[in-house]
Design a protein around this ligand. Sequence first.
Ligand code: AOF
Ligand code: ZN
Length: 386
Amino acid sequence: MKSVPNTQLGTLVADWPIHMQRAIELSSSVWTATPNPRVGCVIAKHGAIIGEGWHAAPGQAHAEVVALDKAGESAKAATAFVSLEPCSHTGRTGPCCESLIASGIQQVVIAALDPNPAVAGSGVEQMERAGIEVYHMVDFEQKARSVNAGYFKRREEGLPFVRLKLAMSLDGRTALADGRSKWITGTAARGDVQRLRASASAVITGINTVLIDDPFLTVRSSDLSISDEERKLNATLIERQPLRVIIDSQLQTPGTARILNSGGLVKVYTLNEDFIGKALADNVEIIQTGSCNKRVNLQFVLESLASDFSCNEVLIEAGPSLSGAFIETGLVDELILYIAPKILGSDGKPLLAITGLQSLDECQGFSVQKLTKIGEDIKLTLRAGQ
Ligand code: AOF
Ligand code: ZN
């Protein structure tokens, strides 16, 4: 495989960056393909696109196969641009590199190797053995990886990408002193949260939220404010419920909790050793996990979600204690903060229960990635680290 930086592309292949950019764009046509990565493919010949496609969901055709189908016989001697190394194994579908070889494609250009141990370079090897020229556009690697930050993190570090969603007033409060908080933010922001849920492999919450708010934490089609086109592309995701996860050290979740009774699978992580034989419902699994200062060890939970349930991206929607604990342990990769232009007053509930910081050096920093107005509210996207 030849690594080609953009600066070394000759005039003959000047259109390569455009096609690779398109392949990466196509990969994010769907909110998620969990547990699979998002992958896009463009097939080009003499500068023109003759086929393109993306992987829509596990079990459905891989991006290369969709694009090859569109290109038909013209794929012979053409070039395929794929955002991820074509697979070489038989999973839910057959190996893409065999389909590419059979089509008579002459060149395959990738943006990143697939970290799946069943692939990991063997896709490239097989294609090269069959006489296909394989190129790696190194300048697109970072972009391709960021589209699948969760997939790469799970495969390489055994952890999912962790997104923490928070909503607060202008003065950093989440509820009045008596706990009343329903709908601080407007309908547009709540519709956006629905989309975060639909994009997640799992939504994590804590026992306090279950006991106080009794949320469903479901994806509700009617609450998603999206275009018809986006609705069509993500139709299966709107129907699917992400895995719901409850961190419940003492196993206090009542069998009547809405989160258990709204469809989809639920995992309850607990420290309670007497859980054996306790059953909440058929869709609910109780998992005993390790502790850290008598609280559920959050790193263990995340490791289990990655290795036992193949979660690529998880969304935390919890109260100040659990959200604060995730931040304090440094496990959050991205923070999505909705700010409602309201003042709830200093006796209102704080955003995060984090105490005891002694110096400014101990404060965690975040870098602002994006700032948008959403309805009447503000949405801030932040990444951990400065
Ligand atoms: C590709 N093109 O579009 C995708 C790939 O069980 P399966 O058949 O769905 O395969 C899932 C694995 O295939 C996944 O873990 C990753 O290694 C690769 N994904 N590969 O060539 C695609 N989605
Ligand atoms: Zn494949």
